[in-house]
Design a protein around this ligand. Sequence first.
Ligand SMILES: N[C@@H](CCC(=O)N[C@@H](CS)C(=O)NCC(=O)O)C(=O)O
Ligand SMILES: [Fe+2]
Length: 286
Amino acid sequence: MPVPTLHAFFDPDTFTVTHVVSDPATRRAAIIDSVLDFDAKSGRTSHTSADKVIDFVKQAGLTVDWLLETHAHADHLSAAPYLKEKLGGKISIGRHICEVQGVFKKIFNAEDMNTEGADFDHLFEDGESFKIGHIDVRVMHTPGHTPACLTYVIGQDAFVGDTLFMPDYGTARCDFPGGDAATLFRSIQKVLALAPDTRLHMCHDYPPDGRAPMWVSTVAEQREKNIHVHDGVTESEFVTLRNARDKTLSMPTLILPAVQVNVRAGQLPPPEDNGVRYLKIPLNAL
Ligand SMILES: N[C@@H](CCC(=O)N[C@@H](CS)C(=O)NCC(=O)O)C(=O)O
Ligand SMILES: [Fe+2]
């Protein structure tokens, strides 16, 4: 199979990695997990991060077919609609997003919110395949952090979303609505059953002790060194450890702004009769 060309952008504000995956033969591309900059203090959105990706795509002469989300992010807003307007591409996520939309429609009492995934251009099933140019991508449903999380497997590369983080940081939290540590453990076992030399590309890095951000590891390295799920850690040990850590974490700074936008496929809530769009803050709901 042809080998994809990879390029990554690290957003230091939310520790998110946006990946551009392209087929060198056809110059068709996918963008995974984009970031819309959002200043919570002023309520302003901006496009500095997304424009860097757009400049890269244009300079490389790529045609974007896919705007992929690994999940409905709780820590940053997706720039997928802005990228679609500027570059094209189908905004896509896992089929189980409908469950996540159902949960947040209630929390936000958002009558306009569609809970059948209609805001997205495509919903992936577990095991579905699609192409970036001549390159095959296989979709793996890897829930646990959220019910709809996906891993995109492309030959020797896998984009794991928020399942695993770098070995020195461990794994994703499981305390968001619909999250579950045992489910995440089983999803991680599916990822770690890929070939040992599979390169795993993270969606976040939270570099400890001032090390530089990194976002690529391998199955073999994770199995040997991941502080939460190295070989030998049992499901019940993991669940105990993960749940204990989750009790110590505060909610991500942007969870309330982020989820109400991201379950709408990155679209901002509809404007009110004065033309202004508002984000809602439900009190005592999380
Ligand atoms: N301090 C960060 C927290 C981000 C966060 O909670 N990240 C999630 C992924 S969306 C996670 O799994 N963190 C794992 C952990 O800290 O154990 C923020 O406010 O944005
Ligand atoms: Fe996440």
